[in-house]
Design a protein around this ligand. Structure first.
Ligand code: FMN
Length: 364
């Protein structure tokens, strides 16, 4: 079967994964309004293409945190890749290494960070971190990934508690016994405490606050990127606390239902941050023109969550490569058809020094 667009991978995954696994990946919180709006919001945005400006040469390369990647799409942290494909995160890591883009490894990986790095030693990676009640747990992970050559920490700040995902409750979702949250192997004793998504419930610290950014800075030299910012007020606080980047994200609509689509939140955040740090966005990106819209609105790079998992479910490493390649091809085409200049992202000037009036999409 020829895979033409990301939806083809979604359909394949839905057909081939077990119902409980599919439901887990697909889940949004409560009524899934925010999850669904993440996609619809992109469809509401219209581009204003310019023509007759020679688009015969296009270059999709960009940099994130000073490192060049082949195009502005990375992999967002998602848990439990071994549920979709036996080699799990190792396959994801190989695919992103091959395409030279950024892979944010989830703390809740079903391969250990050591296995992931060994599988793709030259890959460019960031590590997604949560703040645990026992700070030692977070600290040990930080030192571990630093030593392994991870290039940034992505602190997820939108999970003081886990959102209510109805189907996971109905299905009594559990990791099958042969899979483990490998980064915590041997850390938690077998206890009678109920588990939540592979680790004991109530392990995350709901009292996490801005001062924890200072704590994190005190134990690492890695750049810190906060993931889960949706307002200009929090974006300003993030800059004031000295972080190096923001991922505008609502966790794929899995946390607060009723919050904004991430692409809608991006606009005010780009505005207030005004270029002081890099802004990225995830949630609902399914086509190359979605990528273009996010960049035109000021994101430096976008990240995909579920589509990478669908690629894994289809054909492991090869499937993730195909997903990324399709997005790359579509992005390149949209860029040419809209005459979008990568150098223009962030509203800079065109090669010839003219303003980029007309390059920006209109919001209907
Ligand atoms: C199955 C699944 C697991 C996720 N696990 C994590 C995680 O471990 N840590 C995290 O910060 N975000 C996690 N996320 C959120 C993603 O990083 C990302 O914000 C979201 O998937 C983007 O939306 P998209 O799936 O529409 O691309 C998860 C999302 C999904 C769908």
């Amino acid at each position: 079967m020829a895979m033409v667009c990301l939806t083809d991978f979604e359909e394949y995954a839905k057909e081939h994964l077990s119902k409980a696994t599919w439901d887990y990946y697909a889940a949004g919180a409560d009524e899934c309004c925010t999850r669904d709006d993440n996609l619809l919001a992109y469809k509401r945005i219209r581009l204003r293409p310019r023509v007759l400006r020679d688009v015969s040469v296009s270059d999709t390369r960009t940099t994130v945190q000073g490192t060049e990647i082949s195009f502005p799409v990375g992999i967002a942290p998602t848990a439990f890749h071994c549920l979709a494909w036996q080699e799990g995160e190792m396959a994801t890591a190989r695919a992103t290494e091959a395409l030279n883009t950024c892979y944010i490894t989830s703390t809740y990986s079903t391969c250990s960070v050591e296995e992931i790095v060994a599988a793709a030693p030259n890959g460019y990676r960031w590590f997604q971190l949560y703040m645990y009640r026992d700070r030692k747990l977070s600290e040990q992970l930080v030192h571990r990934v630093e030593a392994l050559g991870y290039k940034a920490l992505v602190l997820t700040v939108d999970v003081p508690y886990t959102g209510k995902r109805r189907n996971d409750i109905r299905n009594q979702f559990r990791l099958p016994p042969h899979l483990k949250v490998k980064n915590f192997e041997g850390v938690f004793q077998e206890t009678s405490v109920p588990e939540e998504y592979g680790i004991p419930a109530n392990t995350l610290d709901p009292s996490i606050s801005w001062k924890d950014i200072y704590w994190l800075q005190s134990i690492t030299h890695l750049p810190i990127i906060v993931k889960g910012i949706l307002t200009k007020e929090d974006a300003e606080l993030a800059v004031k606390h000295g972080v190096q980047g923001i991922i505008v994200s609502n966790h794929g609509g899995r946390q607060l239902d009723g919050g904004p689509a991430s692409i809608d939140a991006l606009v005010e955040i780009v505005d207030v941050v005004a270029g002081r740090i890099e802004i990225y966005v995830d949630g609902g990106i399914r086509t190359g023109s979605d990528v273009l819209k996010a960049l035109a609105l000021g994101a430096k790079c976008v990240f995909i969550g579920r589509p990478a998992v669908w690629g894994l479910a289809y054909k492991g490493e090869e499937g993730v490569r195909e997903v990324l390649q399709i997005l790359n091809d579509e992005f390149r085409l949209s860029m040419a058809l809209a005459d979008f200049d990568m150098a223009a992202q962030g509203g800079l000037q065109d090669d010839d020094g003219t303003n980029l009036e007309g390059f920006w999409p209109e919001l209907n």
